[in-house]
Design a protein around this ligand. Structure first.
Ligand code: UD1
Ligand code: CA
Length: 473
């Protein structure tokens, strides 16, 4: 029987942040998400999360993303040992093993946790801790063992003597305890240390036998106490994600310049060009070509979509669509098959049917465009009257001339043609041609009036025609 407890009540003073440390972002999720996720493959019977500092926020976040987590409040926060003391009551009847994880150690691999639990079973120890041998052990608790490799004590960096500090074997903040043994010693913890806190590491020294398992890859136990360590962890996660997708058939032309989120899924033969970034949860279909210079967030791209130098957020793109360069697809943009959204086109909350083309300089907001509609350069939906947003509908096969303004709410039928430069304020019937602009006037043999003498001129008047030349129709 295995229960998992994640310690997440601390403030994270060294982050200098208004947010609780365990909610700091890492590759599109938060620290605590990564920690909780890492123990899922072990199928724990119970999952407990100790919350305290901004506990409600942490609880709300975790409840939305993880199933069956029991929340335990630690108030005030008097150290990691005190944090685990809060489990005495909820785990009163529990007799199995308890895997304790620090909420700020996000890079652990599930396989490593599995090995720790296995090692613990086989050794029959009261506690097995995960350790690492680090080049630079600064800041971590040091682990001291006897000749039989039994753990004798864990001493915090700040409580170490200069001699002890030279020990490079460190405590990873991950422990597998035989819970009844831990429960028996938890009440004996004392705060006689530099921070005046109750240390979980002191419980290790009170348990017998205590063993340790050293991880090969020291980066796995990286703890996040400050922004520098957070940035270093981000690099590690990014590297892992890119490796994972390279192995699964995605090409990155310059992997180090791209960033991924854990929630992004790629099909086969996707090509990701330099400086492309994926955030939130995305699905990128087979054969898509993304980038260079592109941001994709919470979007779904079917196969063979191309996006170049563009931003795509909360959008859906059907097979074969092309976007960019320099396009902006905003939330609710839905592109049918083989659509083309070109340079300097912004699409928001709009459905474009198959083979719609909006190739240049347009804004399409709150619009529905039927199959095959051609949107001329510079066309704009005027969807906002200063108070509310209104819809625009354009039937299939219609063609909107360049620089048209479609003033919403407005509906254009099928196979409508809108003349270039029109400001359309009324609905247009199927098959009609709509022209809504001044007729061109041509004055034959018209000459500019002679320039007045500079001393009589009013500023700016030199090149303007006199009023009698203006067309009043
Ligand atoms: C801890 C270990 C240290 C180890 C390191 C590994 C102790 C005393 N020290 O040090 O040996 O090398 O982790 O990363 O355990 N927390 C609570 N309640 C509290 C205090 C902390 O829930 O009252 C939580 C924090 O939210 C955090 C975790 O416990 O997720 C670790 O706390 P932190 O203060 O970061 O411990 P370290 O000094 O890093
Ligand atoms: Ca820490």
């Amino acid at each position: 029987m295995l229960a998992v407890a994640v310690l997440a009540a601390g403030k994270g003073t060294r982050m200098c942040s208004a947010h609780p440390k365990v909610l700091q972002p890492l590759a599109g999720a938060t620290l605590v998400d990564w920690v909780l996720q890492s123990c899922e493959p072990l199928n724990p019977q119970r999952r407990l999360l100790v919350v305290g500092h901004q506990g409600e926020r942490v609880q709300q976040h975790v409840q939305r993303r993880h199933q069956q987590v029991e929340f335990v409040l630690q108030q005030p926060q008097r150290g990691t040992g005190h944090s685990v003391q809060q489990l005495l009551q909820p785990l009163a009847d529990f007799t199995g093993n308890l895997l304790v994880l620090n909420g700020d150690v996000p890079l652990l691999r599930s396989t490593t946790l599995g090995r720790l639990v296995e090692h613990h079973h086989q050794s029959g120890s009261a506690v097995t801790l995960l350790t690492a041998c680090l080049e630079d052990p600064k800041g971590y608790g040091r682990v001291f063992c006897d000749e039989q490799q039994r753990v004798r004590a864990v001493v915090e960096d700040r409580d170490c003597t200069a001699e002890q500090r030279r020990n490079r074997l460190i405590n990873g903040g991950v422990y597998c305890f035989h819970w009844p043994a831990l429960a028996a010693v938890l009440p004996c913890l004392k705060a006689d240390n530099q921070q005046g806190e109750l240390y979980l590491t002191d419980a290790v020294g009170l348990l017998n036998p205590a063993t340790q398992l050293t991880v090969e890859d020291g980066t796995e136990i990286s703890g996040v106490n400050d922004r520098g360590q957070l940035a270093a962890c981000e690099q590690v996660v990014q590297q892992r994600l890119r490796q994972q997708w390279l192995a699964a058939g995605v090409s990155f032309l310059d992997p180090a310049s791209c960033s991924l989120s854990a929630g992004t899924r790629f099909g086969q033969d996707v090509v990701v060009e330099p400086q492309s970034h994926f955030r939130g949860s995305n699905s990128i279909g087979d054969g898509c070509r993304i980038g260079p210079g592109t941001l994709i967030e919470d979007s779904r791209l079917e196969a063979e979509v191309e996006v170049t130098f563009s931003v795509v957020r909360q959008a859906r793109l059907a097979r074969g669509s092309t976007v960019g360069p320099f396009a902006h697809l905003r939330p609710g943009a839905v592109l049918g098959e083989h659509c083309k959204v070109g340079n300097f086109v912004e699409v928001k909350n709009s459905h474009l049917g198959a083979q719609v083309k909006a190739s240049h300089l347009s804004y399409l907001g709150d619009a529905r465009l039927g199959r095959g509609v051609n949107v001329g350069a510079g066309t704009v939906t005027a969807n906002f009257d200063g108070t509310s947003k209104h819809p625009t509908t354009v039937g299939e096969g219609s063609s909107i001339g360049a620089n048209a303004v479609l003033v919403a709410p407005v509906t254009l039928g099928r196979d409508v043609t809108v003349a270039a430069g029109s400001t359309i304020t009324k609905d247009v019937a199927d098959d009609a041609l709509a022209i809504a602009r001044c007729r061109q006037v041509e004055k034959k043999a018209w000459h500019k009036p002679a320039a007045p003498h500079p001393s009589n001129a009013t500023p700016g008047s030199e090149t303007e025609p006199s009023s009698q030349d203006q067309d009043s129709t």
